[in-house]
Design a binder for this molecule. Structure first.
Ligand code: FO1
Length: 321
């Protein structure tokens, strides 16, 4: 089995490529739940949704999140309440966009959680409904919540989705923490996937807010460090910029180098090799000085051929194979 430690969009694309190289039945993804949120009383798991929709062939390719051919009538209808909402009420927020079809996923997840199902169980059911063939495993059935502290005069702590969607990750931050991580444990399926896999791949996801929540749980770094030779990471930073999202400026704001070298310093304790794009080839020596083998392969997944080559090279970089 190959286990991919996953965030959202980058991980989803990497998993889709890996499925061209390895049978789906041999792939597991341990997915970040730090982005999870509750909106209108609905339980939303953005990274799980993004991977489900991508592998189910239902993702909106432009946005990279949500369903294609989506309509937004429910969101439009919420606007009616903006004028009557009392001051201080957060009812009917319209800054977080839930498409009409997407809502059905959140209705189902929320109802099943209320019936007592675990997030792991509900995710497996939703995956079956979307014909997703790999094992998609929430990192934990316990709540771990990514919280972001803004930098400067407005130094409040907000939820990840307030930072990412409402503020469009356009404001500087001074800290990130993972509330609940100290008490949370891996789901048993995720623990098996990380322990038993022949190779663990850290997907090209944001090292701080996508991979950070998993690493914040007790024992995870030790588990990965214990099998470091068979853990390979793919850099989400290419030429000093994030493939998608705010990873580059988050790294800078939190005191890390926004480069493959900064990524290598973060991952060296848990992974033995880092896949970097040829554009960063001149930094390979610095990646190795940070303690990781540098594997140079085109990493911008602009075609299925390039993506499959990336997946194949990443697998080959694990010394257990
Ligand atoms: N991302 C946005 O940029 N804007 C949205 O309004 C938005 C809504 C949304 C609804 C459901 C869902 O599963 C994901 C959604 N996302 C949205 C994506 C998501 O919040 C982020 O991409 C991730 O949390 C970052 O990995």
């Amino acid at each position: 089995m190959i286990t991919v430690v996953s965030g959202g969009v980058g991980a989803a694309r990497f998993l889709r490529a890996l499925m061209h190289v390895v049978p789906a039945a041999d792939i597991a993804a341990v997915v970040n739940t730090g982005d999870d949120t509750v909106m209108h009383g609905l339980s939303i798991s953005p990274d799980i949704d993004t991977i489900t929709y991508t592998l189910g062939g239902a993702i909106d390719p432009q946005r990279g999140w949500g369903l294609r051919d989506e309509t937004w009538r429910a969101m439009g209808a919420l606007e009616r309440f903006t004028a009557v909402r009392p001051t201080g009420s957060t009812a009917a927020p319209t800054w977080f966009n839930l498409g009409d079809q997407d809502l059905a996923t959140h209705f189902y997840r929320t109802a099943r959680l209320h019936e007592g199902a675990t997030l792991t169980e509900v995710t497996a059911e939703i995956c079956r409904a979307f014909d997703v063939e790999i094992a998609l495993l929430p990192m934990s059935d316990d709540r771990v919540e990514t919280r972001v502290t803004l930098a400067g005069d407005d130094a409040r702590e907000i939820s990840f989705q307030e930072y990412f969607v409402q503020l469009q990750h356009g404001v500087p931050i001074s800290a990130v923490r993972f509330a609940g991580a100290e008490r949370a444990t891996l789901s048993s399926a995720a623990a098996r996937a990380l322990t038993d896999a022949e190779t663990v791949i850290v997907a090209p996801s944001n090292p701080i807010v996508s991979i950070g929540p998993l690493r914040a749980m007790a024992g995870i770094d030790a588990l990965l460090a214990g099998r470091r030779d068979s853990v390979v990471a793919v850099s989400p930073i290419v030429g000093g910029a994030a493939l998608k999202g705010p990873a580059d400026h988050m790294l800078t704001e939190l005191g890390h180098e926004p480069s493959v070298v900064g990524v290598a310093r973060l991952y060296a304790p848990i992974a033995s090799a880092l896949v970097i794009d040829p554009v960063d080839a001149e930094l390979a020596y610095a990646v190795e000085a940070a303690g990781m083998r540098a594997i140079i392969v085109p990493s911008i997944m602009s075609s299925i051929e390039i993506s499959a080559t990336l997946a194949r090279a990443t697998l080959a970089a694990s010394s257990r194979r």
